[in-house]
Structure formats: C-alpha cells, structure tokens
Ligand binder design. Structure first.
Ligand SMILES: [Zn+2]
Ligand SMILES: [Zn+2]
Length: 401
C-alpha cells in the first residue's frame, strides 16, 4: 500500500509524507529552552539540517509555547525562512513543514501536546498560560491547568490535542494517571483524536486497551538532540502539506490517513519492564511485576509493558478497522556495524536516512555498505531484529549476530 508514493482519491492526488511530531528545541536566541536538550538544537538546525538529513517532510516542534522559541519563529517568518501556510503550519524554504506545538504538564502531572496552526494561535496559548506557568521561556512546564481544561483550550484554539508518551511511568496518562481516559474525562475523552505511543510501547500493546480504538496513534521521537530526530516517525497520506491536512489524517477523513507508524521495538525502550531502584534489578517475572522478586521492594518503577498488562481489558490486541501497521525500526546509527563513517557514506549515496531504511534497493545498499548491514535493513523492513532489552532508564541494543 505504502509502496506507491501517491494515490488519486476522488480526483485529488494524495502524497506520502514522513513526519516526526515531537521534537524539542535546545536553545533559541542563544538561551536554553530545554535544559536536558543539546544547545545545538535550535529551530534553524532542526528545519534546515536534521529534518532533511533524516528524510522528514514535516516536523512537530513541541516547544513553540516557549517565549524564546516563539520569538525565533516570528523572526524566521519576518526573514522569509518560514512562511505561514494559509491552511495552517509553517513552511521552511526547503519544503519542510513546521507544525508548532506545546508540550505541557497538567495539574495531574501528565504530559500533553497541543498542536497549533498559526502564530496567532501560539500567542493566544501564551496569553492563556501567562498566569498559569511560572517559567514561560522553558520547555514542558507544569501548568496550573487540568487535562480537561487543556482539551477545551485546544478546541477553542482550533488545535489538536494529543497525550504524549501515553504509557510511560514518566508522566504518561495511562502510565500514572488512569486506566481509562473515559473514567477521568467522561464525554471530553471523545474529543481526543490522537494518542502518542511513546518509545516503549507499540500498537499491539496499546490495542489491548479497548478505548484506544477511538484514537489515531502517533509514533514520534521525543528527540532532545539532533541524532535522535526521527528515531520514530509516521507515514501520512495527504493532499498537501499543511495543518488542516494533518488534522484530516488524524480523523481518517477524505482519504487522508496515517498509513504506518515506524518506531523502536518496545524492547529497546528505557522503561519496558519494571525496575527496582533499590537493587537495580530489571524484572523478568511474569507481567505485571508490581514488586521486586530479588529484594522484595514494593516500590518498583513500573515498566510500560507491566503497566499495560495491569490495566488492559483485552487479553490480546484487537485492532480497529483501518489501524495502520506498526513497523519496527532502529536508527541507522544504532545498527551494529554502522559507524559514523559508514553512515556518512550511506547518506552521500542515498541522500537521507528514511530513503535508506524504507526505499533504496537492498542490492544498492549492499554495494555501498556490505552484505551484513544490507541484510539487517532487509530484515528490519519485514520484521524485527534481535534485541537485548532496555530497562531502568537505559536503552536496549540490537544484538550483534
Ligand atoms: Zn513529555
Ligand atoms: Zn517531550
């Protein structure tokens, strides 16, 4: 299905668009926006270097609510480095579409993203937050606002609301707040269209919770450094790159849709299984592991897998009609045998990383990178690579054969 780069739907040509919609900005105007992010990650570098290198057509910048980042966006709109699209979103000169967004921590302690179409919507968001967030220059700040109020705010601003990394013990809605969004939000849960899976979850895990059938899944990188941009991404089918088309995709409307989610194998995630902070054991017990079988500690950091098993209402994943496939991907730099030199060589032949991972012929890759690397990419395209699992805050790694 995704093999064709375009499709005609009721006379409209629809194209394939690769998008990573959760990227953090390290600095803007020479000042830090996100303390844990690389200072080199400014807006210009994301749009004009990292995105094309990865092969992304569309990027969601989740720090657009920061006063430093919005000032930078405004400057770039003035100089013509960005141009506001009449149907929302902002186009860079190289054709990469910026979707501005704000990741915020609600009163309940969970992370939510609001995607916004225009500069004036960012300003309205900031105005609303003025009395509710302490440090408005920084990323993902705690706001004195509830989840329900944020859903409402998103609606008023004609934005798109999306719970971030929904299953993680680190501030995910299902991870720490509730077993069912409908229990906490009632009818407001019906306003939600999108849900971000996060690095430690995939579609099979998320579809063990029945109510998620109403949500379109997004797989995004949550990158804090250039190297991590696009470690997860989505393939969208839309008529034109702009905010309105993005909304159609999430609503499965008019032939627009998410065609596939590309993400890390959950086994590679930092929080896949429960972890004991007292004796540093990563659980291998039957899930859900609620305590440590090594030292008896009752307060373990719940793994994403353990949490989903604990709260699921289906024994097996039940995918709703039209649920896109989830494809397991490992960034080029994390494949065994691919050092920085080979990575550069591959990029000079094939232009961008997504082209290498998804499109280039395996024979051509073999000619540049050798049999072993080509075989890994071939295997990755159709299945899963063998993994040494992550846990306790450390990422897993692909097994060397
Ligand atoms: Zn977050
Ligand atoms: Zn984030």
């Amino acid at each position: 299905m995704a093999r064709h780069a375009w499709l005609v739907y009721e006379g409209i040509i629809l194209r394939n668009v690769y998008a990573d919609l959760h990227i953090h900005i390290g600095s803007a105007g020479g000042r830090a926006v996100k303390i844990t992010a690389s200072r080199k990650m400014d807006l210009h570098a994301v749009l004009y270097e990292a995105a094309p290198r990865k092969g992304l057509d569309m990027v969601g910048i989740v720090d657009a609510g920061s006063t430093l980042v919005s000032a930078e966006i405004e400057d770039m709109l003035k100089t013509g480095e960005l141009r506001e699209h009449p149907r929302g979103g902002m186009m860079a000169r190289n054709g990469v579409l910026l979707i501005p967004a704000c990741e915020v921590e609600s009163r309940e302690g969970v992370h939510l993203i609001i995607y916004l179409p225009y500069l004036h919507s960012i300003k309205s968001y900031q105005k609303y937050m003025r009395s509710r967030i302490k440090n408005r220059a920084l990323s993902t700040q705690k706001a004195r606002v509830s989840v329900a109020e944020l859903i409402n705010l998103s609606f008023v601003l004609e934005g798109i609301f999306c719970p971030a990394h929904a299953f993680t013990p680190h501030k995910g809605v299902y991870g720490i707040w509730t077993r069912r969004l409908a229990d906490k939000l009632g009818r407001d849960a019906g306003q939600i269209r999108a849900l971000e899976l996060g690095l430690s979850a995939d579609t099979n895990m998320a579809d063990m919770i029945g109510e998620t059938r109403n949500y379109t899944f997004l797989s995004n990188s949550d990158a804090h450094s250039a190297g991590n941009i696009g470690r997860e991404y989505n393939l969208l089918r839309m008529a034109d790159k702009n905010f309105e088309e993005f909304r159609y995709c999430l609503e499965n409307s008019q032939g627009r849709r998410v065609l596939a989610n590309y993400g890390m194998d959950p086994l590679l995630g930092k929080y896949h299984r429960s972890y004991c902070t007292r004796c540093s054991t990563i659980s291998s017990d039957e899930p859900p592991a609620l305590s440590c079988s090594n030292c008896g500690n009752e307060k373990v950091v719940m793994g994403v897998y353990d949490r989903i098993i604990e709260i699921r209402d289906r024994q097996e994943a039940q995918h709703p009609v039209g649920r896109p496939p989830y494809k397991y991907r490992v960034p080029l730099k994390d494949l065994p045998g691919v050092g920085p030199k080979l990575q550069e060589k591959l990029l000079s032949f094939f232009f961008d990383e997504i082209n290498i991972l998804e499109k280039a012929s395996i024979d051509d890759i073999e000619r540049v990178a050798g049999e072993k690397v080509a075989a890994q990419i071939a295997r990755m395209r159709v299945g899963r690579l063998a993994i040494n699992p992550g846990g306790g805050g450390k990422y897993g790694r692909v097994k060397k054969e």
